[in-house]
Structures are given as C-alpha cells and as structure tokens.
Design a binder for this molecule. Structure first.
Ligand SMILES: *Cc1c(COP(=O)(O)O)cnc(C)c1O
Length: 401
C-alpha cells in the first residue's frame, strides 16, 4: 500500500493536477442531460470553450480522450486515399500518424531528430511542389509532449498562405491549449484538437475539436463513414445547449469551473506563468549540467521540459527513485526516448513553490540514482523566479498575413 503523507506530486505532463475548486465543482448530483437545467450548463461550456480557443466558430466537446479528438478531426474531413502531410516531431506525431494510416490516408511523414519542432521550410517546399493540390491536410503537433518541442502553428499557416495552398491546417494542441498562447481564428487553424487533462486542469475524459468554416465545408462534402464523431449532429443539437448522446455531465461542471479560473487569472497571464516556469526549469537543467531534449530555443516548451540522462544511465530507474523517495511522478521517456529521457510537467494548476518542490525532488533524485550532475539547479531556478521579467519566448501574436 502506498502512503501519502501530504500531497502526491503529479508532475507528469498530463494528466495534470486538478484544482480543488474544479474537484468540488464536479461533486454534484448528476442531472438530466435532456432537462431544462442542463442547457444552461451546455451553453456556458460551449461559449467558454470558444473563448479559450479564441474562435467564433463551433467547438465540439466529446466524451473522449485526446485520441478520440484526433480521430474525429480525420474522419470528419478526410477520406481513404487522401494525401496528408504530417511532421514526425515525436511520439505523439507517430501515434496520430498511426490513426491516419488506419483510415487509409496516404501519409507523407516528414522526419525530425525529435529534438526540434517541425521543419516549416520543408513543409513549405512540399506544398510548393504539390501543384495539383493533392495534399488535403497538413497536420502538426503544437506542443509535442514527448520531446518538449513546440511547432508554432502560425508559422505553418504563413507557409500555406505564401504559396496559396488550399490544404486544411490541423493542429494537435492537446497539451498546448491553455498553457501556450493559442489563437484558433487569428492563426487560421482549420481543426484544433485538444483534451481536458493537460493545460485545461481537468481530469481525463473530454476531447475537443475547434473548427473553421473551411473545415466544416470539407466535412459536409466528405461522404466517408463516421457516426459518433460526426460534427454535424453535434453542432445541430448544441444550438439548444444539449448533446446528441449522453455527455460527460460532471466533467462539464468541472470544465465550467476551470474556464472560470483561467479567465479570472487571464489567459495571457496563464501563458506568461508557463513561460516563467519553463525558463526556471531550463535554468535548473543547465545548472545540473544536463541537456534538454529540445535543442532549439525557439521551440522550447513552456509547459514541460524533457531532460536527457547521460549515456549508460536509466531515466526510468531515476524516476522510480524519485517516486519511492519523494512521492513524485515524473513523465517517462516515450517511444525512442524510453529510458533515455524523463519529463518534468509544469503545466496546468501550478505555482512557483510547486515548481521548487518539483525541482528539489528531481535534484535529490539525481543524487540517489547516481546520475552524474552538478548541484545548484534548484538555486538557479530560484534566481529566475525571483526576477519577474522573463523575456517572452516569442511574441507570436504577429498577425498572420
Ligand atoms: C496527451 C496527448 C495526446 C493523447 O491524448 P490522450 O488523452 O492520451 O488520448 C495526444 N497528443 C498530445 C500532444 C498529447 O500531449
């Protein structure tokens, strides 16, 4: 039996810590999802999601994991044989591609070394060479949670616009939404895919699609099979604040509370908080003499930090030492980073002292697991947190032409 003598530190990059206020909001009698009270909740969360995605277009809320929302994006807009361009930024890109292949899409998978974001110049070159417009969609992962590398969606939009290519732009922002700046409309995203258990501070169980007019038109024209994921059934009945099948009612209570918390803090402050915590964590990693998985400062994730362990050492043995000694869960290395890297989640419901506790646990764990490193990472992070003027990572609001 595991004893917790205080709060467990859940520092995996999703599911993240759920605020007490959100937990209390869920603790309600389940209500009739076809009754009059429900519609008020339905309208509130649908409108709230539009504000979080920063869109005037419909947002779909599924009772699903993020994986369901990935599948929904594909089955609504694409048909077997359609060509799509995807970028192998890490394990989540690999998994999304797996779904695309199961639906018999013709995937061109642009590789990276898993230590950078997607190569936007390469995407642009592929699109420019596609004069017949065979490519129906470009799919990128905004915050690649396996590597902590960001691909900036507006840069991909600019590439599409420069060559006037009509492909849909689909963005997995499952761990980006509500932790990194995100502008569904202003960045010209056609389908945004998200989930509840990362920056949204909710338990797992909700998947989201935000749409564009172009994506909606593509889905209307698309005759391939889908039922559960069909956007049009959802949108039709969402107008009354209700859902075509039983929604995850209590998670919707939670969603309403989480959106209220994000808006009370202010989304821009939420993003700035994540950037500070990212900067402080990277300062600690640097002081330890370790390497972040991400090699490109333009792609550093504010939401989590993946850290390489030196050759000959096992990242999972280190994680085990941290769990057993300090009751803290860190993220495991995924895919080809298994055993080679660990991930520190600093997204969602999180503050300076939670970060200091987290980094202290990492530093002590490095000692216990005999991972070669220097001490002083925690102090370096404190210096960053004491300075309140961390330079914004990249001011991406720059309008998309
Ligand atoms: C967590 C995550 C997923 C998968 O979401 P599930 O809810 O586990 O299905 C997909 N993409 C990214 C970037 C993620 O962080």
């Amino acid at each position: 039996m595991t004893l917790h003598t205080g709060r467990h530190f859940l520092q995996i990059p999703g599911p993240t810590n759920v605020p007490d206020r959100v937990l209390r909001a869920m603790d309600m009698p389940t209500l009739d999802h076809r009754g009059p009270e429900f519609a008020e909740l339905g309208h509130a969360v649908l409108a709230g999601c539009q504000r979080v995605f920063r869109t005037k277009q419909p947002v779909i809320i599924y009772p699903s994991s993020g994986t369901g929302a990935w599948e929904a994006a594909i089955v609504n807009t694409l048909s077997p044989g359609d060509k799509v361009l995807m970028a192998e930024t890490g394990q989540f890109a690999v998994l999304w591609r797996g779904i695309a292949e199961k639906f018999k899409l013709d995937v061109e998978f642009l590789s990276t070394d898993w230590r950078h974001g997607a190569d936007v110049e390469q995407i642009e070159a592929k699109l420019a060479a596609d004069r017949e417009h065979k490519i129906k969609a470009v799919c990128v992962v905004h915050n690649e949670t396996s590597t902590s590398c960001v691909t900036h969606p507006f840069e991909v939009r600019k590439a599409l616009n420069r060559i006037n290519h009509p492909a849909l732009l689909m963005v997995d922002t499952i761990s980006g939404l509500a932790s990194l700046e995100y502008e569904h409309d202003a960045w010209g995203i056609d389908v945004s895919i998200a989930g509840s258990q990362k920056g949204m501070m909710l338990p797992p169980g909700l998947g989201f699609n935000a749409l564009s007019e172009k994506a909606l038109a593509a889905s209307k024209a698309n005759t391939s099979m889908r039922s559960y994921w069909d956007w049009h059934d959802m949108i039709a009945i969402n107008k009354q604040g209700t859902f075509p099948y039983t929604p995850a009612t209590n998670l919707l209570f939670a969603l309403k509370a989480a959106i209220a918390m994000l808006e009370e803090e202010g989304l821009d402050n939420v993003f700035a908080r994540h950037m500070r915590h990212g900067a402080a964590t990277r300062a600690a990693v640097k002081a330890w003499g370790l390497d972040t998985v991400c090699l490109d400062p333009h792609a550093y994730s504010p939401a989590l930090t993946a850290v390489m362990v030196p050759d000959g050492h096992d990242a999972d043995a280190f994680r085990k030492a941290v769990l057993e000694n300090f009751d803290m869960s860190l993220g495991t290395g995924l895919g080809k980073l298994k055993g080679k890297a660990f991930r520190i989640g600093h997204m969602g419901h999180f503050n300076d002292l939670m970060l200091m506790g987290t980094l202290s646990g990492v530093e002590m764990g490095l000692d216990l697991a005999k991972i070669p490193h220097r001490s002083g990472g925690v102090l370096a992070a404190m210096e960053v947190l004491k300075g309140r003027d961390v330079v914004a990572m990249s001011k991406s609001k720059a309008a998309v032409a």
